[in-house]
Design a protein around this ligand. Structure first.
Ligand code: ADP
Length: 321
């Protein structure tokens, strides 16, 4: 188990992390989600012993990382946002080097072979790291985190800068790692944690604003259906008409005007499908619907909902700067 207790990290007068507490149980895959500047990397760096905390503690299986860093770090495999790869080494040379650096006791050849297979880099193991694609470099970074078979794997923004195919591959790899390891990953992408994690801890402005099971947080998010609707017609009257339809909870102009058409964001309760009524109502008025598409919630919306939520699983706190 990893326990973070009242962790504070201050840079001068700025609180990058402001009194956060949460724990991660064995076997969990936990997503640490927040916008840029929220405090994710700082937390990850303290969690892995790369930075010292201003106050508070991090216990890794009961071992305080500031008191006994060598012992605690042996339990952790860390992939920082910028993996520290030696690009003039081949993949094998690099993993052998990391093995020696960590002072691992396993059978070196077998252990590294197994890691290459798990991370699917066996076919490039003799190539120089500098010549690998970003996706493969990321796999090598994850492979180095796995050297020594640590119980906890901590990944900082593991899919940043990857193309969509590489993102899917790395997400699958992380899901597989979760079968044998406890995984904590940070990301600013909501769909990433939804795709991979059992639990989501949301941080914003250095504070935890939500901590709950992914399914519960998805429930919060899916409490409404949301569409972007493009309609040719007078915007005030169109809005008023849409707001009056049964099931509609929200309607505002979203996009810029295009000729006599505006794009609207329309939200409705999930048990009522408003689409047919919306189409008929607009047609009756002679305001043609030029387009309609369902849209997901954006991170900011999710934050607002989570912060405003009275759900007992969700703690909302004020900010300090
Ligand atoms: P995230 O990883 O969520 O993007 P960070 O942990 O990198 O956020 O940063 C949190 C806040 O702390 C940001 O406002 C950032 O500007 C600030 N910060 C991070 N590192 C430093 C530093 N070395 N010195 C001063 N401020 C920093």
């Amino acid at each position: 188990m990893v326990e973070i207790n009242n962790l504070v990290k201050r840079y001068g007068s700025k609180f990058a992390v402001d009194d956060i507490s949460f724990s991660v149980g064995d076997g969990e895959i936990v997503g640490f989600l927040g916008p840029n500047g929220a405090g994710k990397s700082t937390t990850m760096n303290v969690l892995t012993g790369y930075l010292s905390a201003t106050s508070g503690s991090v216990l890794v299986d009961g071992i305080d990382i500031s008191q006994n860093p060598t012992k605690a770090k042996k339990l952790i495999g860390y992939l920082p946002e910028q993996p520290p790869l030696y690009i003039d080494m081949t993949v094998l040379e690099y993993l052998n080097f990391v093995f020696d650096l960590k002072g691992c006791q396993e059978n070196k050849k077998l252990h590294i072979e197994e890691i290459c297979n798990v991370t699917k880099i066996a076919d490039v193991k003799k190539r120089l790291i500098r010549n690998l694609s970003k996706g493969y470099k990321q796999r090598v970074g994850i492979a180095s985190a796995l050297v020594g078979n640590p119980k906890f794997i901590i990944l900082d923004e593991p899919t940043v800068g990857l193309d969509p195919k590489q993102i899917i591959e790395i997400r699958n790899l992380i899901r597989n790692l979760g079968k044998k390891h406890t995984v904590i990953l940070s990301t600013h992408i909501l769909s990433e944690v939804q795709a991979i994690c059992d639990r989501i801890v949301v941080i914003n402005g250095g504070k935890i604003v939500a901590d709950g099971k992914t399914a519960d947080i998805n429930g919060e998010i899916n409490q409404c259906s949301r569409y972007r609707v493009k309609v040719a017609g007078p915007s005030k009257l169109v809005c008023a008409l849409i707001r009056n339809l049964v099931g509609v909870t929200y309607c505002e102009v979203y996009g810029e005007r295009e000729g006599d058409a505006f794009t609207y964001t329309v939200e409705s309760t999930p048990n009522i499908d408003i689409r047919k009524n919306l189409f008929r109502a607009l047609a009756d008025k002679g305001w043609p619907m030029l387009g309609m598409e369902p849209v997901g919630m954006e991170l900011e919306d999710v934050f607002m909902r989570l912060i405003n939520s009275t759900n007992e699983n969700i703690k909302a706190k004020g900010g300090r700067k």
